[in-house]
Design a protein around this ligand. Structure first.
Ligand SMILES: Nc1ncnc2c1ncn2[C@@H]1O[C@H](COP(=O)(O)OP(=O)(O)O)[C@@H](O)[C@H]1O
Ligand SMILES: [Mg+2]
Length: 235
């Protein structure tokens, strides 16, 4: 399996706050890797450092074998990393379809085919393609954010807490889509507080606590681990 992402010993600070401490992790092509941990553990900070919105003081980040540690964030998107941020951040005043088209801004042509693919994955978005995004429900907005990311043909899709704030039935739907994307070969780095759901879809997983990786293994191994059960799976 080819290594697509390699985070090597990063340390990230917010002023005096040392938020990420010597974090290393890898994602191989075609895998779903999950990063789980409590609120404030440093999960979003890790994703934002990979996507170039924050910078590490040390170490390196390799994407497809090349360092992106000093590459501007828009160039990182062009290289093939799409991030679906926490809280979704779709364009609320635009229609569903306009939001999806924005996701394809890194290239020209072929947008029709991609729209078809996204609408096939998310039929609810097709029904609402002319609707103003701000009027969508939370679950629909999450689907739109994921659809928009897919429009850029990412080599790696990073999802930051896609289940946050969603009713259980919508959480199921979002994870069904994640499984489907995995089957189609999309490589995914999934950040979640919902450890149970995340471990159920992940090939491999990392547990993060107060800025450090404290455990790693296959999704199945961590779902069985007493430490994980106690801290994240309710006993
Ligand atoms: N903009 C910021 N300024 C200062 N501290 C921050 C900022 N964003 C996050 N932090 C702190 O960094 C730590 C990690 O936060 P974060 O990466 O958002 O965690 P998670 O995504 O796992 O909930 C927390 O202690 C948080 O309070
Ligand atoms: Mg977060």
């Amino acid at each position: 399996m080819e290594e697509i992402l390699s985070v090597q010993g990063i340390n990230v600070y917010y002023g005096a706050i040392h938020a990420i401490k010597d974090v290393s992790l890898t994602v191989n092509e075609g895998e779903i890797v999950t990063l789980i941990g409590a609120n404030g553990a440093g999960k979003s900070t890790t994703l934002q450092t990979i996507s170039g919105l924050l910078r590490s003081k040390t170490g390196d980040i390799l994407f497809c074998g090349q360092s992106i540690a000093h590459v501007p964030s828009h160039k990182i998107v062009e290289r093939g990393i799409a991030q679906v941020p926490e809280g979704r951040r779709i364009f609320l005043q635009m229609t569903v379809q306009e939001n999806l088209e924005m996701g394809a801004f890194t290239r020209s042509g072929g947008v029709e085919k991609d729209l078809e693919r996204v609408y096939a994955l998310f039929p609810r978005l097709l029904e609402r393609k002319k609707q103003i995004a701000g009027t969508l429900s939370g679950g629909e907005q999450q689907m739109l954010a994921m659809g928009r990311a897919l429009m850029s043909h990412p080599k790696l899709m990073m999802l930051d807490e896609p289940s946050m704030g969603l009713a259980p039935i919508l959480v199921e739907q979002v994870f069904t889509i994640i499984r489907q994307l995995h089957e189609e070969g999309t490589t995914i780095l999934l950040v979640e507080q919902n450890a149970q759901m995340a471990l159920s879809v992940a090939d491999r997983a990392y547990v993060m606590e107060t800025g450090k990786i404290t455990l790693q293994g296959t999704g199945a191994e961590l779902a069985q681990s007493d430490q994980v059960k106690k801290a994240y799976l309710g006993g």
